[in-house]
Design a protein around this ligand. Structure first.
Ligand code: HSE
Length: 450
């Protein structure tokens, strides 16, 4: 049988990796897919550069629409990125009856509902393994390997840039801004790192995992997003002393809501990205540098962990090609026989709401810079007690460790048990108003991940 023909839109780092791996492992990939897979047409604005990558025998054009219009092409790979032209091209490829493979998490997290509906109506597949955690096959694990399970929660280090920065801050005791500059110099962080350091990239990925895990529509706008820009080396050190490591986690968690009588009522989903204290003894706490890892807890399987490179040319190509192989295998099946893009059949998605952040239940690390005088601890813990918030541990630094000899202020670090975020917000407002609390209270959420 003739190889299935693939058109590639955008041949940058991931595109050239995809081309190289597909060529290098051609024989083995064909044996797995049951048919050859060939990139026969590439669109890139830099035609000369693209030609130098793919060589003779592959048609290179500047106009992506020429690829979509080619009737020989069955699969279009979109590696342009962003939501502008990429969205138009993906929808046009679907309308032209092409299957689509994309690494574009931003596009799917914001416009996935529209794109998947268009694909379903057209009877084509949209695959996106490369969009979440690069080379780690987490989409396939959630969609297929764990399909027997009722997923309870997913928690992942899904942004390598921020994990690299946090690892360096801890190892070297440096503050965020210093490490960011170093990461940019080494090429670990983009010139404009906003999406990474503000948690947006991780939230795109968490949004997609939540949809696949729980069968809810993609709804990035409901995600709570907090990055790592406010983290200090001080809090990283205190967390270590308490047996925790701070990681930027993307979390999606199923929550059973109770009605006013305390009986189980509807379910909701927590969807959030924020710096999180994780017990050092968890494997995920020891994922260092730019590596990614995702934990998934299913009712049947228990807790599982997936680890690997979340970015880079060939690791991401590995995911792109896995999708190409899947599509090649399923190409002739009817839409109903295929593995659904979001794991659940399009007519069987559910309406579990993504909960407002005020309804999230989690534990907290609080750091209060307070005047070193009688009664402060009692006042602060009194506020927590009257708010129904239970304390797990308290650490107080000696005043001279914090501010030098004769210092009049000290740090009070409190770990709480789980409580509702809106209660914590109210308690924090009260504590902040105490005269002896000298600076804005630092709050970092904490998850046991057990
Ligand atoms: N910028 C991402 C990261 C890689 O730092 O992990 C691609 O998603």
């Amino acid at each position: 049988m003739k190889p299935i023909q693939v058109g590639l839109l955008g041949i940058g780092t991931v595109g050239s990796g995809t081309f190289a791996v597909l060529q290098r492992n051609q024989e083995e990939i064909t044996r797995r897919a049951g048919r050859g897979i060939a990139i026969t047409m590439v669109a890139d604005l830099d035609v000369a550069r693209a030609k130098s990558i793919v060589g003779e025998g592959v048609q290179v054009v500047a106009d992506a629409r020429a690829v979509i219009a080619n009737p020989e092409i069955d699969i279009v790979i979109e590696l342009i990125g962003g939501y502008g032209i990429a969205k138009a091209l993906v929808l046009e490829a679907i309308a032209a009856g092409k299957h689509v493979v994309t690494a574009n998490k931003a596009l799917l997290a914001l416009h996935g509902t529209e794109i998947f509906a268009a694909a379903s109506a057209q009877g084509v597949m949209v695959m996106f393994e490369a969009a979440v955690a690069g080379g780690i096959p987490i989409i396939k694990a959630l969609r297929e390997g764990l399909t027997a399970n009722r997923i309870q929660w997913i928690a992942g280090i899904i942004n390598g840039t921020t994990n690299f920065i946090l690892s360096e801050m801890r190892d070297k005791g440096l503050d965020f801004a210093v490490v960011l500059q170093e990461a940019q110099r080494l090429g670990y962080a983009e010139a404009d790192p906003t999406f990474d350091i503000e948690g947006v990239d991780a939230a795109h990925k968490a949004t997609l995992m939540a949809s696949i895990g729980f069968g809810i529509p993609v709804q990035f706008d409901k995600a709570y997003v907090e990055g790592i820009t406010q983290l200090t080396a001080t809090d990283i050190t205190y967390a270590e002393q308490l047996g925790y490591r701070i990681k930027l986690l993307g979390i999606a968690k199923r929550r059973e809501m109770k009605d006013s009588a305390g009986s189980p009522a509807a379910e909701g989903i927590e969807l959030r990205v924020h710096p999180t204290l994780v017990p050092i003894k968890r494997l995920i706490a020891n994922v260092e540098g730019a590596m990614n890892a995702v934990m998934v807890h299913g009712d049947a399987v228990g807790t599982t962990l997936y680890y690997g490179k979340g970015a880079g040319s060939e690791p991401t190509a590995s995911a792109v090609i896995a999708d190409l192989v899947d599509i090649t295998r399923m190409h002739s099946a009817t839409a109903a026989q295929r593995v659904p893009a979001l794991a659940f059949q399009p007519g069987s998605m559910n309406n579990m709401p993504v909960l407002p952040m005020g309804e999230v239940v989690t534990a907290y690390y609080l750091r209060l810079r307070v005047a070193d005088e009688a009664g402060v601890l009692a006042q602060v813990t009194g506020i927590l007690a009257s708010s129904g918030i239970s304390i797990d541990a308290v650490l107080q630094r000696e005043a001279d460790e914090v501010g030098g000899e004769g210092a009049t202020s000290t740090d009070l670090i409190i770990l709480t048990h789980d409580c509702v975020e809106s209660n914590m917000n109210a308690a924090m407002a009260q504590m902040q108003a105490v005269k002896s609390v000298l600076a804005p209270i630092v709050r970092i959420r904490k998850e046991e991940l057990a």
